[in-house]
Design a protein around this ligand. Structure first.
Ligand SMILES: *Cc1c(COP(=O)(O)O)cnc(C)c1O
Length: 369
């Protein structure tokens, strides 16, 4: 195959795809002077709630503040322990820390999801919640986690920042606990042109509390009832997100098709562990935020791919959460430690052409041949 250039993610292409529409939207919204909590935000919240089949969506400033406010809304606070998977973004644990609680780190499974048995083994008398990360656009085993939570009287607070539209047993990621969080960071499956996030909930009370929290603790009448955050989703970003949400199902379908193509092209390479294929699991609908593999001689493979103009990334820079030792986290995650030497991500976004995917497959196969 002729040489190609397949960057890990292509930000300029993301704009070029629908550049005129984006610029027209910006002009229209800005000419109206509609920046904070205007109709575009309200419309986006309604449309995303429809997409999720949920009662309330509250647009917020980013995924991290979404996690923080969903923990607060769930009643997690000072001295509480929250069990978090080692294979997650630091933001999951930071949100726990910033509400005054203590993140306790458990192991993950070969599919990158929280290991429910490991989570159960970290429960103490201070544990109040389990916080599974629905990583890479896939959901954790919510039957097992739900059973553990029920047995020990724990709350579930999901980090579903990477899993907008994924589901498990017919329930959408984000709707297993009281309030779920999403991120619209530009490279997320539904990305805006800056920072953005949302919280989903079916509870009227939680929705009201979160609406107040995201706007400095003010009620609709302007009266401050508690200390809150400046945690609002910009109206301009909401207007852009409306455009993207209208085509979100197509973007997910494309990601799943790319995952199937990688699966067909790489399943027989003995040196690799691939993520579960799109239809390998009748409980789950995965949206493939990332295509994360485990590879023998990972660093050699990445170097070879880079030389062939294929971009790859190692999530979290190569450190699992408890390996940031300056954070001093209590942890037991031996599998994650092994995985940290082998894991990496291949290009995965809806703008990839079949020829791009085939080129990546060919270069990976050539490395191990
Ligand atoms: C992106 C992400 C977040 C936080 O998102 P921001 O919008 O960047 O604050 C949290 N958790 C996970 C797993 C993420 O991937």
């Amino acid at each position: 195959m002729t040489e190609r250039n397949v960057p890990f993610f292509n930000y300029p292409a993301l704009f070029a795809e629908r550049g005129d529409e984006y610029v027209d939207t910006l002009r229209e919204v800005m000419a109206r002077g509609a920046y904070i909590m205007q109709k575009d935000l309200i419309q986006f919240e309604e449309e995303l709630a429809d997409f999720l089949g949920a009662k309330h969506v509250i647009g917020v400033a980013d995924g991290t503040v979404a996690l923080t406010m969903s923990l607060k809304a769930s009643g997690i606070g000072a001295g509480d322990e929250v069990i978090v998977s080692s294979h997650t973004f630091v933001a999951t644990a930071a949100a726990v820390h910033h509400v005054g609680a203590i993140p306790v780190i458990c192991d993950c499974l070969p599919d990158s999801m929280m290991d429910p048995a490991s989570a159960a083994s970290m429960i103490s008398e201070k544990t109040r919640a389990i916080m599974p990360t629905q990583l890479n656009g896939r959901t954790s085993d919510m039957n097992a986690i739900g059973a553990i939570a029920k047995e020990h009287g724990l709350k579930i607070v999901e980090d579903s920042c990477q899993a907008l539209g994924a589901s498990f047993g017919g329930t959408k990621a984000g709707l297993f606990g009281l309030a779920g969080s999403y991120s619209f960071f530009p490279a997320k499956t539904l990305g805006c042109f800056g920072d953005g996030g949302a919280i989903v909930t079916n509870s009227d009370d939680a929705a009201a509390a979160i609406r107040q929290m995201r706007d400095h603790g003010r009620g609709a009448d302007g009266k401050v009832r508690a200390f809150g955050h400046n945690g609002r989703l910009d109206n301009i970003q909401a207007a852009i997100l409306r455009l993207k949400l209208a085509r979100y199902d197509d973007a997910i379908a494309r990601r799943r098709a790319i995952a199937s193509r990688y699966q067909a092209g790489l399943h027989d390479v003995a040196q690799l562990l691939l993520p579960p294929a799109p239809d390998s699991d009748n409980l789950r609908f995965d949206i493939f935020q990332n295509y994360e593999i485990q590879a023998e001689n990972r660093d050699g493979l990445r170097e070879q791919l880079a030389a062939k103009n294929v971009g790859t990334i190692i999530q979290w820079g190569g450190w699992m959460l408890h390996q940031f030792d300056d954070l001093g986290l209590r942890a037991h995650a031996p599998y994650a430690e092994e995985m940290s030497k082998r894991y990496m991500m291949l290009p995965m976004h809806h703008m990839l052409a079949d020829d791009d995917v085939d080129y990546v497959i060919e270069q990976v196969r050539a490395f191990y041949a």
